[in-house]
Ligand binder design. Structure first.
Ligand SMILES: *[C@@H]1O[C@H](CO)[C@@H](O)[C@H](O)[C@H]1NC(C)=O
Ligand SMILES: *[C@@H]1O[C@H](CO)[C@@H](O)[C@H](O)[C@H]1NC(C)=O
Ligand SMILES: *[C@@H]1O[C@H](CO)[C@@H](O)[C@H](O)[C@H]1NC(C)=O
Length: 350
């Protein structure tokens, strides 16, 4: 309808101000997603016009915000002030997210780039930290290397969500960030279930712990001690939306080093391990259908497991001290949803 109006308007030479078009997602020349607005509208909301859209009637408007700013616009980017130039000294930078309308329940924050200092030797984000408040306090404190990660945060009534990044003077490391904020309506089909910190709605994918990477040789700038890549008190759930026709989920390791005790999968009940840092997969089976009899996985290896329990959730638990976890890199696990016909029947031995 708006497209027709656009063509009629152009065809009959109406003033540009009268032309209507949808404020849809557009892509700039630099391949950044913006929203199509009139040039004037884009200027009014402090956006950056970057190329044309709507047959040249609109501009692809990018909404960039930095320290001490706020935004109620869908698709806002939150960067450090001089991004992509790094922050080197001590600083504190907050950006406030306001709902773009009253029917917004959630935001997804994509860490397009997030490079901060490593935690201290005990796993605390004492030099740099990303702290997200106002969403019911569900997001753990995050630091280190987290480019490519994301979080979902539910609005808590009309309270705004505040993202704060602090950087300490102790490190000369260059930090920078570019976080994209997508507002999600309450009735949006892609809304994550409440309480899921991360959410995937695909049949396959890879999930990694925050600050995942090669573990060894990180020296804490303050103490001079070898540090850990694992962060303390990261207690959250990664949810995978069960797609129609799929009945079970298989988890496979690309890298797993979650607690200091080497040796593989531990049974929490029989030998007392998996009490500090671990992941939880409910009622898992070996791919051959034999039940494992434990839900907790820790140590330094992870064999492929399948779970039929719904919803599909991988829980992540770390305790308040990672001093014995030097050189643990965390986990990278891939999931594959399995069609109902194969797995359910096989696992039930039918
Ligand atoms: C890391 O920081 C925490 C919190 O400030 C502190 O309790 C702990 O002692 C520090 N660890 C080291 C090794 O300095
Ligand atoms: C925000 O933008 C995304 C596309 O980037 C879109 O899927 C979503 O529906 C938008 N949210 C609202 C509330 O319009
Ligand atoms: C999964 O989520 C993405 C991003 O929110 C969305 O574009 C896509 O349509 C969703 N797919 C399904 C099957 O729900």
């Amino acid at each position: 309808m708006s497209q027709t109006f656009l063509m009629i308007s152009v065809g009959f030479g109406f003033g540009v101000g009268l032309v209507r078009f949808a404020n849809s997602v557009c892509t700039t020349a630099a391949n950044i997603e913006g929203i199509c607005y009139r040039r004037r509208q884009c200027a009014d909301i402090n956006g950056v016009a970057s190329g044309a859209c709507a047959n040249g009637i609109g501009v692809c408007c990018i909404i960039l915000r930095t320290c001490s700013e706020s935004s109620s616009h869908n698709g806002t980017y939150f960067t450090n002030a001089a991004y992509p130039t790094a922050v080197t000294g001590s600083s504190r930078c907050s950006m406030e997210i306001q709902k773009c309308n009253s029917n917004i329940c959630q935001v997804r924050i994509d860490f397009l780039s997030l490079v901060l200092a490593q935690p201290n030797a005990t796993g605390f984000c004492t030099t740099d930290a990303l702290i997200i408040t106002g969403g019911g306090g569900t997001v753990p404190v995050i630091c280190g290397d987290n480019t490519g990660q994301h979080v979902y945060v539910d609005f808590n009534g009309d309270e705004n969500i505040l993202m704060t990044i602090t950087t300490g003077s102790a490190s000369t490391l260059g930090r920078s960030w570019n976080l994209k904020i997508t507002q999600i309506a309450c009735d949006c089909p892609t809304r994550a279930p409440a309480g899921c910190l991360q959410f995937y709605n695909t049949t396959t994918g890879t999930v990694t712990s925050f600050n995942y990477g090669v573990g060894s040789n990180i020296i804490d700038a303050t103490t001079g001690l070898p540090g850990t890549r694992e962060l303390v008190n990261e207690n959250y759930g990664i949810c995978v939306g069960m797609l129609p026709g799929y009945c079970s989920i298989q988890w496979t390791s690309n890298g797993f080093s979650v607690s200091g005790i080497p040796g593989g999968e531990f049974d929490a009940l029989s030998n007392g391990d998996c009490t500090t840092d671990f992941v939880v997969i409910a009622n898992p089976f070996n791919p051959n259908g034999v039940a494992l009899g434990t839900d907790r996985f820790c140590g330094t290896s992870f064999n492929t497991v399948v779970s039929t329990l719904k919803p599909f959730v991988l829980y992540v638990v770390t305790n308040g001290d990672e001093i014995n976890d030097v050189a643990n890199s965390g986990f990278s696990l891939s999931f594959t949803q399995q069609p109902c016909t194969n797995t359910a029947a096989a696992l039930l031995g039918k």
